[in-house]
Design a protein around this ligand. Structure first.
Ligand code: ATP
Ligand code: MG
Ligand code: FE
Length: 346
């Protein structure tokens, strides 16, 4: 079976084909970063219009790359939510229409389920059950995952998402969007211990996060160390970036460890854009190995938004006999624990 995946929930057009025998056989991504750069954030209307321009050419491109025609596609999976409604509608309308035209099933996929399952595309996929750490631009959640579709959110951010905090801190440091990779790069030449960043919420019980304090701390540091000119000296900038990154890594690691203790699971699956962070991957692996837990994550390009994760999640749901009806539905908000569980997982 071959499933075409379409991701258009935000500012990336991702298209891929997943083959149940061979895995991902074609994968294309178009980022809208340049479209939104001058506005300082994603402009929803521009995002929708750009998805309209890019989806069909990218679908043709992946089909050509896989040396397939539309007749070789057995199902079409599209992101049905959560995300920007206009952007979602582009993928949902096109995905539903293509499936109708090709006379194959359509599947409306949950974007965060896509992220969560992306590590399954790697060589040594995790077995169920596990704790999932979802760290992306819009979400920071700890999820008790018993099987595909059996999700219980056991902790989340009370304010900014981890990726959002990276992006906002990057903006304060006059770095480009997306801020996560920029902060990580600057942090390489910084001292993570020069400034004593807080480790928010770690002395309180529970699994919730808060990142807005790190943002305020960053802003105060920048103001305090700006002598002449608009920003502190380059070394101080790097030290701030390193301190910020370390604070996120430490905080996340403490909560993950707590989630593993609470559930008794020995596997942690990290997904979403921030899971591409090299320091987080390395240190979470080390810190959790100390409690005999294994950390799983996707290759970096499948951590941020992509079509592969949508094609894969669609294939899992198709295998369990699910598919969408003929209506085109998209959900800007869609709590994960409302998803339907699969009868047979895996
Ligand atoms: P959501 O998935 O919650 O709807 P999204 O789709 O916008 O949000 P993703 O595409 O999963 O989010 O991830 C993008 C986020 O990941 C951005 O905030 C970006 O700064 C962050 N990010 C990407 N790479 C890194 C990195 N190496 N280190 C830290 N953060 C990173
Ligand atoms: Mg994005
Ligand atoms: Fe995402």
């Amino acid at each position: 079976m071959r499933v075409l995946g379409i991701e258009t929930s935000c500012d990336e057009t991702g298209i891929a084909i997943y083959d149940t025998e061979q895995g991902i056989i074609a994968d294309a991504l178009h980022s809208q970063v340049a479209v939104h750069a001058e506005y300082g954030g994603v402009v929803p209307e521009l995002a929708s219009r750009d998805h309209i321009k890019k989806t069909l050419p990218l679908i043709r491109q992946v089909l050509a790359e896989a040396k397939l025609s539309s007749e070789d596609i057995d199902a079409v999976a599209y992101t049905a939510g959560p995300g920007l409604i206009g952007a979602l509608m582009v993928g949902a309308c096109l995905g539903r229409a293509l499936a109708y035209g090709w006379n194959v099933p359509a599947l409306g996929v949950h974007h965060m389920e896509g992220h969560l399952l992306a590590p399954m595309l790697e060589e040594q996929p995790p077995e169920f059950p596990f704790v999932a750490l979802l760290v992306s631009g819009g979400h920071t959640q700890l999820v008790d995952v018993k099987a595909i579709g059996c999700y219980e959110v056991i902790g989340e951010s009370l304010d900014d998402a981890a990726g959002e905090a990276f992006d906002k801190a990057a903006k304060m440091l006059d770095l480009d969007y997306p801020g996560g990779p920029e902060i990580a790069k600057l942090a390489e030449s910084g001292d993570p211990h020069r400034f004593k960043f807080p480790r928010p919420m770690v002395d309180r019980p529970g699994l919730d996060f808060s990142f807005s304090g790190l943002k305020t701390f960053t802003l105060n540091l920048i103001q305090k160390h700006t002598v002449d000119g608009p920003l502190p000296d380059p070394q101080t900038m790097a030290d701030i970036a390193a301190g910020f990154e370390q604070a996120v890594v430490d905080t996340v690691a403490i909560k993950c460890r707590r989630a593993l203790e609470q559930t008794g699971y020995k596997r942690l699956v990290m997904a979403g854009g921030v899971s591409a962070n090299r320091k987080l991957r390395a240190e979470l692996g080390q810190k959790l190995a100390a409690v005999k837990a294994t950390v799983f994550y996707a290759r970096p390009e499948f951590c941020t938004d992509n079509g592969a994760m949508i094609a894969y999640a669609g294939a899992c749901r198709l295998a369990a006999g699910q598919h969408a009806d003929l209506s085109v539905v998209a959900y800007p908000r869609w709590p994960m624990d409302q998803l339907e569980a699969l009868d047979h997982a895996g």
